[in-house]
Design a protein around this ligand. Structure first.
Ligand code: CP
Ligand code: NVA
Length: 298
């Protein structure tokens, strides 16, 4: 059966661990699972980390990346999502897309004869969560021993991180303002994966005792019109040194980037000794190799 990677939730714990193991395997690089294959990288939104890590991971695994902007293929404007996916599946070994609506990657996967990878949608960012887990286990220990705090907007990055942390038996605590938090059903969904989840609208309560503190922009791509309102609502959720002081001693700070110093994180924390954001960003390449190798059947 074709393996797609649209979110972390759809992976079994064994599959998740297998992808993580492939990510750091030198044998996978030697095996060149993408030899003589193309990989379509379609972007409806801007990117630095995702584009570059995916392009270089494709090259490392022996394949040829073809970057395409969303407006060039025109999902449902120039032609249907299904027609695009069916045609591209004849040229490429993998189709990867960064999309506004998660339904686009689902529709691609429904008709594609080759694997589809979600490179960020409104719902999920699985490649980010894989890199986050690799980074956390490298610098803080096994996820099952960790409390991971998410401060700010319960968004695509938060959802994928929560799924990964819960599947690997960790504790996930959320500090999000009302209206931008996880619903009761969403918390139950995360808990059903096996981890412990707590939520508070008080960031101090959410961060208490955390071994890892993670945040993201208050204004995700596509939400620019809400910028002014969001900056007011999220102002008490800036991860600064005062807030970090409530986390566990030696807690690590993480951010998927791009970051906005003075908004979701202070410059002192982002550039400080607790921050592992560059290591985390570099692990996007590690994770991309594992994800590509796994969808290729490794
Ligand atoms: N974290 C992340 O996905 O970064 P880019 O938007 O630069 O790809
Ligand atoms: N939540 C952000 C992540 C960017 C990598 C967004 O969707 O824009």
């Amino acid at each position: 059966m074709t393996r797609h990677l649209l979110d972390i939730a759809s992976l079994s714990v064994d599959e998740l661990r297998h992808i993580l193991q492939l990510s750091t395997s030198h044998e996978v690089i030697s095996a060149k699972p993408l030899a003589n294959k193309g990989v379509a990288l379609i972007f409806e939104k801007p990117s630095n980390r995702t584009r570059h890590s995916m392009e270089m991971a494709v090259v490392a695994l022996g394949g040829h990346p073809v970057y395409t902007r969303g407006e060039e293929v025109g999902f449902d404007t120039r032609e249907s999502v299904e027609d695009i996916a069916r045609i591209m599946a004849g040229y490429h070994g993998v189709l990867a897309a960064r999309v506004f609506s998660h339904s686009v990657v689902e529709r691609m996967a429904a008709v594609s004869t080759v694997p589809v990878i979600n490179m960020l949608s409104d719902v999920a960012h699985p490649l980010q969560a894989l890199a986050d887990v690799i980074t956390m286990e490298e610098c803080a220990g096994p996820i099952s021993s960790l409390t991971v705090a998410w401060i700010g907007d319960y968004n695509n990055v938060a959802r994928s991180l929560g799924e990964a942390v819960c599947k690997l038996g960790g504790t996930f605590t959320l500090g999000c303002p009302d209206g931008y938090s996880a619903t009761t059903q969403e918390i139950a969904r995360l808990q059903s994966f096996g981890g412990a989840v707590r939520q508070s609208s008080d960031p101090v309560e959410a961060i208490a005792g955390a071994h890892v503190v993670h945040t993201d922009t208050w204004i995700s791509m596509g939400q620019e019109e809400e910028s002014a309102a969001r900056r007011v609502i999220f102002a008490p959720y800036c991860v600064d040194e005062t807030l970090m002081a409530h986390a566990s001693p030696n807690a690590k700070f993480m951010h998927c980037m791009p970051a906005h110093r003075g908004e979701e994180v202070s410059a002192e924390v982002f550039d400080g000794s607790a921050s592992v954001v560059i290591q985390q960003g570099h692990h996007r390449l590690t994770a991309a190799r594992g994800a590509l190798a796994w969808v290729m059947g490794k």
